[in-house]
Design a protein around this ligand. Sequence first.
Ligand code: ZN
Ligand code: ZN
Length: 360
Amino acid sequence: MRTAVTAERRARLTGQFSELHLDALVVSALPNIRYLTGFTGSHALLLLTPSAATLFTDPRYEIQANRECDCPVRVVKGPLTRAASALLARKGARDIGFESSRLIYDAWAALGRDLGRQRRLRPVSGLVEKLRMVKSPEEIDRIEHSVAVNSKAFEKALGRFKPEMREMELAAELDYQMRRLGAEGPAFETIVASGVRTALPHARPTSEPIRSNTLLLIDMGAQCGGYASDMTRVVAIGNPGKTFRSMYAAVLEAQQAATASVRPGVNAGRVDATARRVLRRHGLDRLFSHSTGHGLGLEIHESPRLGKKEKTALETGMAITIEPGVYLEGSGGIRIEDTVVVTDEGVRVLTPTPKELVTL
Ligand code: ZN
Ligand code: ZN
């Protein structure tokens, strides 16, 4: 990430400090630290005051942090919270924000102890996440690349599909293809489910063979250049039967209607309601047990959530998924998911993989 970009993001954050009555903010969530400094390691704390940023990390990351970060780096032996508290004391900070939904309890307790009575720890939540909701053109390019890699990996792995292949084997093939195409790895544990197990929205691949005349559900995402992609497709292995074909058509209609309703200014909840309305017409809304989508970026699940009564208004530059699904216990399930971007004109679907029901 270019220096100017991360420095500008930090300025947008610290610009809110006086309004929030904060003298400093301790950022502990690694994706937030990456967003604000460029640091990609697995252990760090970022301390922000209105005039300075300091990254604390351990000796394993000394070289890497100094290369990646555009702010001073302190390499610490021992707890990072203790080093951060010492600096806060020197700066005379009194009201110190921490990420209440991201800081583990032990670290919070240690910070409180080290800071002493004169300083207050104030819970704040979602500050950086809110900035991260709207992506820059450079971030959208990265997401688009991640989506392209993901779809290519899907195509290549399905090309190697053989009847009676085990779910785990296919999942391994999907992950392997992703990495071969340049991904750091999967953005989440790849879901491969066949037969009745497609009715489990978050099924883990098993050692069961994928049998003929059944459905196969694949939900996969790549992590590429730090950014996630997310796609679900259901394919027919042989002939899964008429009921599933009509269920598939209904979910596809819901997915397309929800996608068409995306534009700046529309509430996330409205997009969700659009998908539900289509499924209700087909008598399937009760089988739709999760929300219609979610933001994604440095993490696979980000704000906004596209769920019932969700009030966040969509904005140009948000990257979200549209993924309605229906699940019939003991029988099977269908979900269709694309990654899309909100544009001034409405929506741009990034996922290139076709959505007609493919039969293998
Ligand atoms: Zn997914
Ligand atoms: Zn998703």
